[in-house]
Design a protein around this ligand. Structure first.
Ligand code: NAD
Length: 468
């Protein structure tokens, strides 16, 4: 069922948000900016203090400014005290992490938070709505979550609580724009009262609002992410076939695919000379060193495992995952093809975050690549405009890696350079830089980022997906 907020009562809500990660904090700041009062909760003391001082604990463009504004206006505060936050709000959104454990989705954070929220609700008389925004497998909210709520709060007929499933589609790097100008809002609900109590949060939204049952809302999120991952792995398989055949310009191949007007429509059916609409989906129809981040890898894996527990085979998802896993390894093989044994070779990895405009390193192909290169005995230098601190304190902690801010300095003396993240900062590297600064001018381009033809014509060894 598709609805808009037209005709529904408009009022501001006091809500609590449990978990102040990318989703929780962006949700909190944006809803506060839209006029609601938000109390966000985390278990990490430092995070809570940083938020209360108006600073974001991670990098997301625009978030620091927005947070300073809404904290300054008194519309957002953070606390360690979940019970106090629930008692002082009428809606609670759960945005804690859902990692993968043994290929299954790990629901422990979600279920702990649900239990804590339910216990807090027992101490209040008024109706309270709980919404799950964390990504969970279809059939989680209406079974496991509902069971916890009913155990703690009694049967739902008592109407002590409402339950919604409100998946989030924001993209890191574009999170504020995505949240504040959404293309759709999905609200899965257990009943009409839950829906009507939750909807005012989105009274400002000018987009379709899809009301579904709880498990359909969960599936919309997985279906969306599985499609994006599949497009990327499809592109990588086309690139591998092109590499094997040889003599194919992979950029022309994908530009040719994109020019199908079903991907790039003409505005208002104008003549062919008119510039096409280039939807964002095209960036998923482009080969590279693989998808990463906190969502696609774990969500595709979780959907596959969840399907298999229902006895359902998933040949397409299996292939998507296996193609993606092989992409960083391909870059290592290209380096060996160019340099032979990689032991003691100086190798530079440009880009650590899983994509530009974020410092998120979760499941980043760059981390897989660096780990493989270290295993090969290479000497590694890395450079990233935003993610080096997170890397040094996180996945690369204790590893023998040199961190260098300036890309020119980072490639000095290198035997090969790997481009993994398309940060615009790396576009400033020229063929002259590769030729004059590197020990061997060898560029392994994981994103079809540089002009390969130009580099090759100037004597630079160049590898990329599809041989482009
Ligand atoms: P995250 O790991 O960055 O943040 C989770 C936060 O929850 C952490 O700060 C953690 O300390 C806190 N937390 C855990 N248990 C808690 C508890 N009991 N009480 C209070 N705080 C608690 O996670 P994220 O990237 O924001 O993702 C959250 C969910 O949203 C996941 O299910 C994810 O799949 C989904 N999602 C993420 C994105 C994205 O781009 N990151 C996009 C859409 C959906």
């Amino acid at each position: 069922m598709v609805k808009s907020t037209q005709g529904y009562p408009k009022h501001s809500v006091t809500l609590s948000v449990i978990g102040t990660g990318y989703v929780g904090l962006v949700t909190s700041a944006c809803l506060a900016n839209k006029g609601h009062s938000v109390i966000c909760v985390d278990i990490l003391r430092d995070k809570v203090s940083e938020i209360n001082s108006g600073h974001a604990p991670f990098y997301e463009p625009g978030l620091d400014n927005l947070l300073a504004k809404v904290v300054g206006e008194g519309r957002l505060r953070a606390t360690l005290d979940l019970e106090e936050a629930v008692l002082n709000s009428s809606v609670t959104i759960i945005t804690v992490g859902t990692l993968t454990k043994d290929d299954h989705i790990d629901l422990s954070e979600v279920l702990t938070a649900v239990r804590q929220v339910a216990l807090a609700i027992t101490k209040k008389a008024a109706y309270h709505v709980i919404a799950i925004k964390s990504t969970v497998a279809p059939g989680t909210t209406d079974t496991i979550v509902m069971e916890i709520l009913e155990n703690v709060l009694g049967e739902k007929e008592d109407e002590a609580f409402g339950l919604c499933m409100n998946p989030e589609f924001l993209r890191e790097g574009f999170a504020l724009a995505d949240f504040q100008r959404p293309d759709r809002i999905v609200i899965g609900t257990m009943d009409t009262k839950s829906f009507n109590s939750f909807l005012p949060l989105y009274q400002w939204a000018d987009c379709p609002i899809i009301r579904t049952n709880l498990r359909t809302a969960e599936m919309i999120k997985y279906a969306s992410n599985a499609l994006l991952a599949t497009l990327i792995s499809y592109s990588n398989e086309i690139a591998s076939i092109s590499e094997g055949i040889g003599g194919i310009d992979i950029r022309d191949v994908f530009n040719g695919v994109h020019l199908d007007q079903r991907w790039t429509p003409f505005p208002n059916r104008k003549p062919a000379s008119v510039e096409r609409i280039r939807p964002g989906i095209l960036s998923y129809l482009w080969p590279g060193c693989g998808y990463g981040g906190s969502c696609l890898p774990k969500d595709v894996q979780a959907l596959r495992t969840h399907a298999s527990t229902h006895g359902i085979e998933t040949p397409l998802l299996d292939a998507t995952i296996s193609i993606n896993a092989g992409q960083p390894r391909k870059m290592v093989l290209w380096a060996k093809q160019a340099l032979g044994n990689l032991r003691q070779k100086k190798l530079t990895v440009l880009g650590l975050s899983f994509k530009p405009d974020t410092d998120d390193l979760r499941e980043s192909p760059a981390i897989t690549l660096v780990t493989e290169l270290i295993r090969e005995g290479a000497r590694i230098t890395v450079s990233d405009p935003k993610a080096m601190k997170v890397a040094a304190e996180g996945p690369l902690k204790g590893k023998k890696v040199r961190f260098v801010v300036n890309p020119r300095e980072a490639i000095r003396g290198a035997h090969a350079v790997f481009l993994v993240t398309s940060w615009p900062e790396f576009k400033t590297l020229s063929k002259e830089d590769f030729l004059s600064l590197m020990a061997t001018p060898c560029v392994i381009d994981g994103r079809l980022f540089f002009d390969g033809t130009n580099l090759k014509e100037n004597g630079i060894i160049y590898f990329s997906c599809g041989g482009g």
